[in-house]
Design a protein around this ligand. Structure first.
Ligand code: NDP
Ligand code: 8X3
Length: 251
């Protein structure tokens, strides 16, 4: 049965890969992101395969999110699956050297944007007693690393918010999953390092990171499990990634 899927951050990376995979399954798509050009290019690419509605949207703007959701065309208004994917890391400096604007942008996007989309789509899911919210967290939400400060904090929020949503939704046929990927090669590092392509490439050099398609496959899989099966949280890394030892400072 075809479903209607709302994907935030659909102009690149995981979101675009999710769009392509759900389109292959014949699902109807709402694609949201700020950059119009890649968003419309993806819409045009997928239009021969499924119905697609593209909406340029900055998820940090609460009223814009509400208006976009309330203004969805009838054919796209009953969202079955929300992939809360829009997000970013900015910088890798220690906390005392960061740009506070970067912290605002991460909190506003990864936390506030995600809760706005949830808040305005969830009532419809509850009323229809049918839905699935897939929140994209990160290994950075569970595992600290130098420079992860606010980015990791926002992703820890995503994980706990996801569990608390499950608590609120007990008795409803609305599922919630938090998927926490490790290192994946997308535009993520270009954004984190503010267009420094050489530094971004170093993150993936000589290793095999996860791909956006790997993540899309997992997102699709959790939504296709029998309706009574709720994957609460899932952490996934490339086999090439693991943890470091605890750090000790010695004088
Ligand atoms: P990309 O940079 O490739 O894609 C990020 C997407 O988010 C883009 O489509 C971007 O679109 C969108 N976005 C950013 N800010 C906003 C905003 N304010 N409003 C609407 N859309 C926005 O990164 P990834 O695909 O890798 O990242 C997707 C998610 O996965 C993020 O939440 C990230 O934190 C998380 N993640 C990434 C990992 C990785 O290693 N790549 C690992 C773990 C988690 P636009 O700029 O057009 O608005
Ligand atoms: C992205 C993965 O390890 O760069 O969430 O924080 S990491």
């Amino acid at each position: 049965m075809s479903r209607t899927v709302f994907i935030t951050g659909a102009s690149a990376g995981f979101g675009a890969a999710c769009a392509r995979l759900f389109a292959d399954r014949g699902d109807r798509l709402v694609l949201a992101a700020r950059r119009e050009e890649p968003l419309l290019a993806l819409r045009d690419e997928l239009a021969p395969r499924t119905e697609v509605h593209a909406v340029t949207l900055d998820v940090r703007r609460r009223k814009a999110v509400q208006d976009a959701i309330e203004g969805l065309p009838d054919a796209f208004s009953q969202i079955d699956i929300l992939v809360n994917n829009a997000g970013l890391a900015l910088g890798l400096e220690p906390a005392h050297e960061t740009n506070p604007d970067d912290w605002d942008a991460m909190v506003d996007t990864n936390i506030k944007g995600l809760i706005y989309c949830t808040r305005f789509l969830l009532p419809g899911m509850v009323a229809r007693n049918r839905g699935h919210i897939v929140n994209i967290g990160s290994v950075a939400g569970s595992w600290p690393y130098p420079g992860g400060n606010v980015y990791g904090g926002t992703k820890a929020f995503v994980e706990q918010f996801s569990r608390n949503l499950r608590a609120d939704l007990l008795g409803k046929q609305v599922r919630v999953t938090c998927l926490a990927p490790g290192m994946a090669e997308t535009e993520f590092s270009m954004v984190r390092f503010k267009g420094d392509a050489e530094r971004a490439a170093q993150v993936y050099a000589g290793t095999q990171a996860l791909t956006a398609e790997d993540i899309a496959g997992i997102v699709a899989w959790v939504t296709e499990l029998p309706p009574h099966v709720n994957v609460n949280a899932l952490e996934v890394m490339s086999i090439y990634q693991s943890w470091g030892p605890l750090a000790v400072h010695r004088d």
